[in-house]
Design a protein around this ligand. Sequence first.
Ligand SMILES: *Cc1c(COP(=O)(O)O)cnc(C)c1O
Length: 405
Amino acid sequence: MSETNAAHAKQAFYAGLDDKLGKLRQDGLYKSERVIASRQGAQVACDDGRTLINLCANNYLGLSGDESMVQASIAATEKYGYGLSSVRFICGTQTVHKQLERALSDFVGMEDTILYAAAFDANGGLFEPLFDEQDAIISDALNHASIIDGIRLCKAARYRYQHNDMADLETQLQAAADKRHKVIVTDGVFSMDGTIAQLDKICDLADKYGALVMIDECHASGFMGKTGRGTHEHHNVLGRVDIITGTLGKALGGAMGGFTAARKEVIDTLRQKSRPYLFSNTLAPSIAGASLAVLQRLSTSTELRDRLHANTAHFRREIAQLGFTIKPGTHPVVPVMLFDAPLAQQFAARLYELGVLVTGFFYPVVPMGQARVRVQLSAAHTTEQLDRALAAFAQAGRELGLIAH
Ligand SMILES: *Cc1c(COP(=O)(O)O)cnc(C)c1O
């Protein structure tokens, strides 16, 4: 290719990207990043100097910016150093990683646990080592992107059931009847709606059809159930779920890291075959040590979990009282429905001016016509902060004609 033709070919690539980005902006679907200049917390300082009440972090237990976490991560860094420069099976496993795996197993009630750099990797590396073309994966239609990608990498037959629809799940189990192994796969909690999977019914169907059950506990570990073990505790099916994946990047401290917990045979197999584990660096010791401290704390006290649920109940009651449409439920994810994408953007922007940080969500993150701001409560919020946020919702809601004067 001549030099000018090569230049034109490249130019066409960049121009194509520019066009697509322009189209996103035009449609009001372009996402930009909010820059925070402080620690994560109930309140944050933005880079424009403003302090905002933060209602959009996955900081359910309020630990992300907490001083106890900073100190625990410094202590682990002092003891174990900054990083390992290695995958786990070469020279990347320290005592703190084994201790954390043990603590996670005990916390979620499983035999063994394997750590990953992220829950995205835990899900991405889960299915391919365990299931092949003779098997069936039966997956909720609204499962997280990382589950969908993980299933794509696996040769098992795929069956998709309508979201949270137990009759359709049964239909799909029947359709998969001639497959060797069957596994039902679901988010424990669906993060866009705060919907809690019907795990009691799912486990009953699994028993009826001889299927395994896998749950992704990213929006549950640490605070769902009466001692915060997760959705399986919430639904009283501890011991009936086969595989749990979760994150260290939300309630359990908020840095990063993921895990899969299951029986020894499963975890051993993943250690031999799971590609994000075999071919990616080990979790930083600071994160492993601080996560271990979190689990020790949560195993001795439900204080944070209890405060989170009290805050959630308060906010849900008051926001409905103001006349907003929310998705009903009990989870600290509270979708305040605007339905229209540009309106959700406008509402979030006005709330920002009024000192409240929330994000508008719209297609393709949620279905078309289901735009919303998703409020997420934290144990770190004070009642006073929540009431100030509610007053801002009321004002912005009246200004935009969403609620009556
Ligand atoms: C956030 C999330 C993940 C990804 O977690 P990371 O540890 O940030 O990679 C996976 N699944 C679900 C359901 C999530 O909400």
